[in-house]
Design a protein around this ligand. Structure first.
Ligand code: DGJ
Length: 707
């Protein structure tokens, strides 16, 4: 058996796969310094009484035909026939850390190609391609990637959410059956971010074995953590197909989306750091590698109320505050005075912009900023010229009513006329104007998505990718943001085609602490839009001072989401301060290693970013609510070089700078805040630093510098 056993290895994690007669993962865990293939015999299983008389493998394709009795990885049929495939390996190709296994089921007439690669970051990518070898179509009901995890992976962590409350983590213990999350909303969704994490009991940010997976797919999906009755555990992820949606003709291949997986022996931080490293090396591409510019997005400043003269004044003020990219949001195109009309009519609203967009763009550029604009190409308002001319262009099932959401319907991108119209209109916009940036929105879910009577959610997602790709190819210098009412379309597959995400329409700094932390499990700060919103949040109506808002936006891609003309000078001074602080530190924030720290008090959140050479770091402590204890416990830092000496500094503080009195909860600051304190990295990570007592909804920023 040993010659069919293949190991893929990285510095932190290994995966060991038996390839013949069928593929089976034997091990996915810490890197092994002493491994020989015959060792896998130690895992040879007994055969239990009262079950099948043969061993029941949990194969790479998790076919039911082996006696799996769990959720299979493949389901489908050929008009009721060929519906129980079992694959046998026909070819194995192994190069460096990539393994490709081809297998076939000669009875069912199907071929499977499984690609497994372990990146040097430690991230494993897996996908399957299923090919129909017969003339009659094979109807695909399900095609999933299945990854077994160790028996100690008993705790599950997943994310729930909703509009304005994305990336909310929750935990559960899974001892039997399954935990399943599904999005049937036609996008990765606010509600069911396509990821699952399992780990050893009570795994935390710093401790425990953790296996995390993310499905790179922007459409319907299903993820599952399952415990078989024999105790074996696995993770499974797939694009979710609606009835009749995918049929493979002869020779046609259906690829699953990529499943990205990261194992860490050092808690959630290790998992996230591997994902971040992978994205930075393999997926994220910024034109000219330029630093992430400070944004001003007009949405919460003026909504649909566009006047070029006023917008130019906003731009002037923005430039004086340190803004580097100015983005005009919704409201610039024909008939778009509110959210009831205009989508689809991608022509300039000449009533609002009688001289065209160019004077505004020129002014923005003359002020030294880039210019960006908002679009929502996939949508149509019934109150639009486009709908009046082409009511049949809507994504719908004939014979059923289509319900509007935010007063809009969805365009059927599988219709070639729709697709060409959008390419033509977007090319007009992006080709005839000096646009550097596009915020691409998608503000409703798909309900009964149909093309010529057939379900078309999967096709819609694929066409969306194709549309974006077509425009990216035509306009390679333009950066794109993926937004879907905030964080409704955030995943690795769309990240291959965009440069930034809008995580939430909620700019309340307190809410953002949880949303952004949730997003950080899978995404690094440089792709996470984080804007300073108005003093009184438009979603929650909470008020926060500029220090809390500014600091909360710092560990992301910072921007402003407000009208800078309509605020006090003190507010403006704050924007200037945090734009400057961001510019000073963005090099570190967008390249360093991110750490979320375990805190003894759930009212406090702490995170840090440490430079790759461990020479410099920033740590932020955010006080979410009234502290549980009178004194905060010392903050144990992370990621420093144990043997190096570091100097601590207070980079930003809500009270100290403003009143000099340290608020009303303390008589004396911790010593390091007022006098020089140096200590070794080891001391700072093991013993830590005393924290000031913070008011609820405030934060401090601590600098750490190697001496
Ligand atoms: C929803 C987005 O999330 C907002 O930021 C804004 O662009 C509006 N759509 C505009 O309609």
């Amino acid at each position: 058996m040993s010659d069919s056993v293949i190991r893929l290895q990285s510095a932190g994690a290994d995966i060991i796969i038996k390839t013949r007669p069928f593929a089976e993962i034997f091990y996915w865990g810490p890197h092994l310094a002493h491994f020989s293939p015959q060792a896998v015999l130690s895992l040879d299983r007994p055969i239990a009484n009262s079950r099948l008389d043969v061993d029941i493998p949990l194969t790479l394709m998790a076919e039911a035909g082996h006696g799996l009795f769990g959720s299979p990885g493949i389901e489908g049929h050929r008009q009721g026939l060929d519906g129980s495939p079992l694959f046998k390996t026909t070819d194995v190709s192994h190069r460096a850390q990539t393994l490709t296994i081809t297998s076939e089921d000669a009875v069912a007439g199907l071929r499977l190609c499984s690609e497994i690669a372990l990146d040097e970051s430690g991230v494993l990518t897996v996908r399957h391609g299923l090919t129909n070898l017969r003339q009659q179509p094979w109807q695909v009901e399900r095609l999933a990637v299945t990854l077994p995890v160790a028996g100690r992976a008993r705790d599950v962590m997943a994310f729930h959410g909703r509009w304005t409350r994305e990336f909310q983590p929750h935990r559960l213990r899974l001892d039997h059956d399954s935990y399943v999350l599904e999005s049937r909303r036609g996008r990765s969704s606010h509600e069911h971010f396509p990821a699952l994490i399992v780990g050893s009991e009570a795994f935390s940010e710093m401790r425990g074995d953790v296996w995390g997976v993310h499905l790179g797919w922007s459409g319907n999906h299903r993820l599952r953590a399952e415990v078989k009755t024999d105790g074996r555990r696995y993770l499974q992820a797939e694009a979710l197909y609606l009835p009749g949606e995918v049929a493979l003709g002869e020779g046609e291949t259906l690829w699953t989306p990529h499943l990205y997986a990261s194992y860490s022996a050092a808690g959630l931080n290790g998992m996230s750091q591997q994902f971040h490293r992978y994205l930075r090396q393999q997926i994220i591409r910024f034109p000219d590698k330029k630093p992430r510019p400070v944004h001003l997005n007009t949405w919460e400043g003026i909504y649909f109320n566009h006047s070029p003269a006023y917008i130019m004044r906003m731009a002037e003020e923005a430039a004086s505050l340190g803004v580097e990219r100015f983005i005009i949001d919704d409201g610039w195109f024909k008939g778009r005075n509110d959210d009831r009309a205009g989508l689809g009519d991608w022509y300039l609203d000449e009533a609002k912009y009688p001289q065209g967009l160019t004077p505004v763009i020129d002014r923005v550029k003359a002020l030294g900023m880039e210019f960006g604009i908002w679009v929502e190409p996939e949508m149509i308002n019934p109150d639009s010229d486009l709908y009046r001319a082409h009511p049949d262009w809507v994504l719908a099932m004939p014979g059923y009513p289509q319900h509007a959401a935010r007063n809009q319907l969805v365009l059927d991108l599988s219709n070639p006329d729709v697709f060409s119209y959008l390419v033509e209109r977007m090319s007009w916009l992006l080709g005839e104007h000096a646009i550097d940036y596009v915020k691409w929105d998608m503000n409703r879910e798909l309900v009964q998505p149909g093309h010529q009577g057939r379900a078309a959610a999967d096709a819609q997602t694929r066409c969306y990718y194709r549309l974006l790709e077509t425009l990216r190819q035509r306009f390679p210098h333009i950066e794109f943001e993926s937004c879907a009412s905030g964080g409704g379309r955030i995943d690795y597959e769309v990240l291959k085609r965009c440069h930034r995400f809008w995580p939430s329409d909620n700019n309340d700094a307190l809410e953002r602490c949880t949303i952004q932390r949730g997003m950080s499990y899978f995404f690094p700060p440089e792709v996470m839009g984080a804007h300073i919103g108005p003093q009184q949040c438009h979603v929650t109506f909470r008020q926060h001072d500029i220090a809390f808002r500014g600091l909360t936006a710092l560990f992301g891609h910072l921007g402003l989401e407000l009208d800078p003309l309509n605020v006090s000078e003190a507010e403006r001074e704050g924007y200037r301060r945090y734009a400057a602080l961001y510019k000073q530190w963005r090099g570190l924030i967008h390249s360093g290693t991110q750490w979320r720290l375990d805190m003894p008090d759930a009212t406090t959140q702490a995170q840090g970013i440490v430079s790759r050479d461990s020479g410099q770091a920033l740590f932020m402590v955010s006080q979410l609510a009234m502290p549980d204890y009178t004194l905060m416990m010392p903050l144990r830092l992370a990621g420093l070089a144990p043997d190096a000496q570091y100097r601590l500094s207070l980079v930003d503080h809500p009270n100290l700078g403003l009143t000099g009195a340290g608020g009303h909860t303390m008589r004396k600051f911790p010593a390091w805040m007022t006098s020089e304190v140096t200590a070794s990295g080891e001391w700072l990570m093991q013993a830590g630093i005393a924290l000031p007592i913070l008011d609820p909804e405030s934060a401090i920023l601590i600098g750490v510098e190697r001496i």
